[in-house]
Design a protein around this ligand. Structure first.
Ligand code: SDX
Length: 376
C-alpha cells in the first residue's frame, strides 16, 4: 500500500487525452491545442466535439453536432412541470443537481453505459441543462419559459431563453468564450467525482449529478460567487489594500486565488481578464475590474512568491456580472461548460474502465474487547 497523501495531492489517478496542464509554466491545452488559441478561434460546440472526439471537426461534422445538440434546447413538458413545482427560493446549483438527476427518470434506458449510450445521454444533458437553468430563473421571477429559437448557438440560446431577447453579438461571444475556457481541466475534484462514480458502471446521470455536487463547493467552482461577494465588500480601489491585508493576516483565503496545480497565473485567468476589462468598459463596471486588478497587484506582492496567483474564478466573476448574470447563476455557468469535460471523462473512463477503489490507512486501535452495555 502506498503512503497516505492528504487531498491526493500529486497522485496520478487517471490517464486522459483531453486536457494537459503545466502548473509551473501556466499552460493549458485541450487535445494539444493551446487554450488561448481555442478561446480566440473556436466555439463551445467545436470545443466539446474536440474533447469528445480528440480532434477538430470538419464543417459538416460540426454542423451535424450543433444541430443534434440544439434539438435538446427544448425541454420535455414533464421537466418544465417539475421545475415549476420547485421552491422559487431553491439555490440554482441544488436545482440543477436535482433536475439532472431527474432526467434519468425520463430516459427509456437510463442505466445503459456503453460508450455510444454515454455520448447520447451526455448530449441530452448538455442540451437540456442551459434550458433548465433559464427556465428555473424565469419561473422564480414569475415569468413564463421561453422556447428556444432554431438556428441559435449554445451561448446565444442560453442568453435568449434566460432574458427573452436575442443577445448582442458581443455578449453571446463573451459567454461562448467563457464556456470554452471552463470546459475541461484535468482531474479536478468534480471530474474525479464523475470518473469515480462511472467506474462502478453506474449511470451517466448519477456521475454528472455527483460532479455538480462537487463543483458547487467554494474551494472549487463555487469560488466565482465568492469572488463577486468579496468585490462587493470592498467600497473602492483605495480600500483594497487594507481589505486584502486584513484577510491575509487572519489567514482567510482570497477567493479566486491559488490552485492545487498552477503555481503561476492560470492561463484562463489571462483570457478572462482581457474579456472582463473589455466588458467592464462597455458596461460601466470599471470599478469592479479596477478593484480586481488592484487585488491582483497586492496578492502578487504579498504571496506571489508562494505561487498564489489568480485562477479561472477570479476574473470570470466580473465577466459574468457584466454579461448580466445574477450572482447565484455564476457557478451554474461553470457547470454548463464543465458538462462538456465531465462527459468526455465519463466516455474515457468507460472506454478503459477499472473500478476506483483507493485505500484508507487505518490509524485506530486493534483487538478491542466488546464491552457489554451494563459495563460501559
Ligand atoms: C477551481 O482543480 C482544478 O483544476 C480546479 C479548477 C478547474 O478548472 O476545475 O481550476 C477550478 O476550482 C479553481 C480554484 C477555485 N477555488 C478558490 O479560488 C478558493 C480559494 N483557493 C484556495 O482555497 C486554494 O488555493 C485551493 C483550494 C484552490 C488550492 O488549495 P491547496 O492546493 O489545498 O493549497 P492549500 O490550501 O494547502 O494552501 C497552501 C498555502 C497555505 O498557506 P500556508 O498554510 O502554507 O502558509 O497557500 C495559502 C494557504 O493559506 N493559500 C492562500 C490561498 N490559497 C492558498 N492564501 C490566501 N488566499 C488563497 N486563495
Amino acid at each position: 500500500m502506498s503512503t497516505y497523501v492528504k487531498g491526493l495531492e500529486g497522485i496520478v489517478a487517471a490517464q486522459t487525452e483531453m486536457s494537459h496542464i503545466d502548473g509551473q509554466k501556466g499552460i493549458l491545452e485541450y487535445v494539444g491545442i493551446a487554450i488561448g488559441d481555442l478561446s480566440t478561434k473556436s466555439t463551445f460546440e467545436e470545443t466539446v466535439f474536440l474533447l469528445w472526439n480528440k480532434r477538430l471537426p470538419k464543417q459538416d461534422e460540426l454542423d451535424a453536432f450543433s444541430k443534434d445538440l440544439a434539438k435538446r434546447f427544448a425541454l420535455p413538458a414533464a421537466i418544465v412541470e417539475e421545475i415549476r413545482r420547485l421552491p422559487k427560493t431553491a439555490e440554482p446549483m441544488h436545482m440543477l443537481r436535482t433536475m439532472v438527476s431527474s432526467l434519468a427518470m425520463y430516459d427509456e434506458d437510463p442505466n445503459a453505459n456503453s460508450v455510444e449510450a454515454a455520448r447520447e445521454k451526455s448530449i441530452n444533458i448538455l442540451g437540456y441543462a442551459p434550458s433548465i437553468v433559464a427556465t428555473f430563473d424565469r419561473y422564480r421571477r414569475g415569468l413564463d419559459p421561453i422556447a428556444p429559437q432554431p438556428g441559435m448557438s449554445f451561448a446565444e440560446n442560453f442568453l435568449y431563453m434566460l432574458n427573452g431577447e436575442k443577445p448582442t453579438e458581443t455578449m453571446a461571444r463573451a459567454f461562448d468564450i467563457c464556456m470554452i475556457l471552463h470546459a475541461d481541466h484535468g482531474l479536478n475534484n468534480s471530474t474525479f467525482s464523475a470518473r469515480s462514480i462511472i467506474s462502478t458502471l453506474s449511470d451517466v446521470y448519477s456521475a454528472i449529478t455527483g460532479a455538480i455536487g462537487s463543483l458547487r463547493g467554494p474551494l472549487h467552482g463555487g469560488a466565482n460567487e465568492g469572488v463577486m461577494k468579496m468585490l462587493g465588500e470592498i467600497d473602492s480601489v483605495d480600500d483594497v489594500e487594507s481589505f486584502v491585508m486584513g484577510r491575509l493576516e487572519r489567514k482567510d483565503k482570497i477567493m479566486g486565488f491559488g490552485h492545487r496545480v498552477y503555481k503561476t497565473k492560470d492561463p484562463r485567468a489571462n483570457a478572462l481578464q482581457a474579456l472582463a476589462k473589455q466588458l467592464a468598459e462597455d458596461t460601466g463596471n470599471m470599478d469592479l475590474y479596477n478593484k480586481s486588478h488592484r487585488i491582483e497587484e497586492i496578492m502578487e506582492r504579498e504571496v506571489g512568491a508562494k505561487g498564489i496567483y489568480p485562477n479561472v474564478d477570479f476574473y470570470s466573476a466580473t465577466t459574468y456580472h457584466c454579461i448580466g448574470l445574477k450572482l447565484d447563476l455564476f457557478t451554474p455557468m461553470f457547470a454548463l461548460s464543465r458538462l462538456g469535460g465531465w462527459s468526455g471523462h465519463i466516455i474515457e473512463q468507460l472506454e478503459d474502465n477499472r473500478l476506483y477503489r483507493p485505500s484508507a490507512e487505518y490509524i485506530g486501535k486493534h483487538e478491542v474487547p466488546y464491552t457489554p452495555m451494563n459495563q460501559r
